[in-house]
Design a protein. Structure first.
Length: 545
């Protein structure tokens, strides 16, 4: 076949494939249809192909799949919704291995089952007549009357899309941030339209739903109605008299040129993002998600809690880049990330005297950073040298802050909270670290293993000591039983004298423990031991019988 004919034939095949895919995507999803994580039937597309509902491989774990809705036409298959399940009051993302099956059953129920056949997720919804993936990014279960029985817009995860609404006081219609961008577990921030009409952003205690003090609110108590993301790209909050309070941008000139989403990000910032659809727009915009608006503007300054870690984890500090609209969480010198930032050295022992402490540890400067909520002691007036010394010799002190203008020193202990980096910090912040020539402060592998295995050591040692006590009791019982048997046999032999060999044998004498103890003078002299136990020397007298 000539090259130009081969090219025309390939173009014809591509058109047929695109037409076939579009035809399949535009149809309703009928009862009995199913998806699997691997293979051609791993998702259901919206009519335009902009969105897909189905299985997405989890970042960093190709053997685990997330049940999700995502933007399918862009290189970044950005997840806009993901299923969650609740167990023992804890909510977690629905992640399943390959060979799992999602099926719209013949009875109209949507059910996800793992390879063992156990149901791991199913929406609480009446029976549907069919399902449909919409071009808005909303996946619906639809009844015979054409009304939605259940939809992903009713149970958002961390993102809302154009045409989506969060009404007042509906418990499921809240946004909960992810833990980190690649971990879909519940994070540390919540966006909710409260029953009192107030739109509020909360820090949340990890692994729970406890809410710390809010870091942003619409201040519409008694008047708020709903949070709206409309078709023009405006995100606003309405009050009862119809007034609209802009939450992010005032809209986009041409929504048809952009994909659009608003997400409560892992750092607690609610951001609106745009992604260019066409190549013409990409000449002006980069081919990636660009944040066009955010609340609050500077999360590092917005959050300051009395309990909890603040914007970042404990012992870290928050930085904000206004030009890029980005927040970062960093570790101090000689600290590293492990759940929360922890020192990479052995903490100071409280057994050290002042001279030893000064020899092993020193205070180093960290610029433009402060942890304002972690003070436990204050000195004034004082100079910086004495401030350094007082922290070094105090085993509880991790950081010292000195303010020259007032000659004041504050001591702080771990964990440090509400860490923030800003040029406005006008204090000298000093952090305690081992001296560079101090090799004893480096954690050994044995020390790390001890910390890792401590709870197993405690359990094992408890079992060992418990079994030792039982073993000792058993040995004492055998000892006493053997003693009793030895004394009884010795007494029996004495009773069986040669003169009585022809007469009837007298029954053996049964002794009490007190009698045996008196007869053996407190089990003083051992004659021997054998299978029956230990034999003690005793004397049978009439006064002990």
């Amino acid at each position: 076949m000539a090259p130009h004919l081969r090219w025309l034939f390939l173009q014809f095949l591509l058109l047929l494939l695109e037409f076939s895919s579009a035809a399949q995507a535009q149809g309703n999803i009928t009862l009995g249809s199913s998806l699997t994580p691997q293979g051609p039937n791993s998702s259901w597309l919206s009519p335009s192909g902009d969105f897909a509902f189905g299985f997405r491989p989890v970042e960093g774990n190709t053997s685990s799949y997330l049940l999700a809705v995502w933007f399918d036409k862009i290189s970044e298959k950005t997840v806009a919704w993901y299923a969650k399940s609740s167990s023992d009051g804890q909510e977690s993302p629905v992640q399943v291995p390959s060979s799992s099956v999602l099926q719209l059953r013949d009875d109209g129920l949507l059910s996800l089952r793992n390879p063992s056949g156990d149901e791991v997720w199913s929406p609480q919804a009446p029976s549907a007549a069919y399902a449909r993936m919409l071009d808005t990014g909303n996946f619906r279960l639809v009844g015979a009357d054409g009304k939605a029985k259940w939809e992903t817009f009713d149970v958002p995860a961390d993102t809302i899309l154009p045409t989506q609404v969060l009404p007042v006081g509906q418990q499921d219609k809240v946004l909960r941030s992810r833990l980190i961008p690649t971990d879909y577990a519940n994070g540390r921030f919540l966006l909710v339209v409260q029953p009192d009409g107030n739109l509020v952003f909360y820090p949340i205690a990890e692994h729970s739903t406890f809410q710390y003090d809010p870091y942003w609110a619409s201040n519409t108590v008694g008047n708020g109605s709903r949070l709206v993301f409309n078709e023009t790209g405006r995100v606003y909050f309405t009050v009862k008299n119809g007034t609209q309070i802009n939450i992010t941008s005032a809209g986009v000139n041409s929504m048809g040129d952009f994909f659009n989403r608003a997400t409560l990000d892992p750092d607690g910032v609610f951001r609106q993002y745009l992604y260019p659809k066409s190549s013409m727009v990409r000449n002006v915009w980069s081919s990636r998600w660009t944040a066009v608006s955010s609340i609050p503007q500077d999360i590092c300054q917005a959050i300051s809690v009395k309990a909890g870690s603040g914007a970042c984890g404990f012992n870290s500090y928050c930085t904000f880049d206004g030009t890029k609209n980005q927040t970062s969480c960093l570790c101090p010198q000689r600290y590293k990330f492990f759940d929360n930032e922890r020192p990479d050295f052995v903490p100071q022992s409280c057994d050290l005297d002042e001279e030893a402490a000064m020899a092993e540890f020193e205070m180093t400067l960290i610029n433009s950073v402060d942890w304002p909520q972690s003070d436990y002691e204050q000195y004034s007036p004082i100079d910086e040298t004495e401030c350094r010394r007082l922290c070094v010799i105090d085993c509880f002190c991790a950081t010292a802050v000195f303010q020259a203008s007032t000659n004041t020193c504050w001591k702080k202990k771990l964990p440090l909270s509400n860490g923030n980096m800003a040029e406005s910090v006008d204090r000298t912040v000093l952090i305690k670290v081992p001296r560079s020539n101090n090799t004893q402060s480096q954690p050994s592998s044995g020390s790390s293993k001890w910390k890792k295995d401590k709870k197993y050591w405690i359990l094992g040692s408890s079992l060992f000591f418990g079994s030792s006590v039982l073993l000792n009791l058993l040995l004492i019982s055998i000892l006493l039983f053997g003693t009793y048997c030895g004394i009884s046999i010795t007494s029996k032999k004495k009773l069986q004298s040669p003169q009585s060999s022809g007469s009837s044998i007298l029954p053996p004498k049964i002794f009490t423990y007190n009698e045996l103890e008196k007869a053996t003078s407190g089990f003083h002299e051992v004659l021997g031991s054998g299978a029956s136990g230990t034999v003690y020397k005793g004397q049978h007298r009439s006064d002990v019988s």
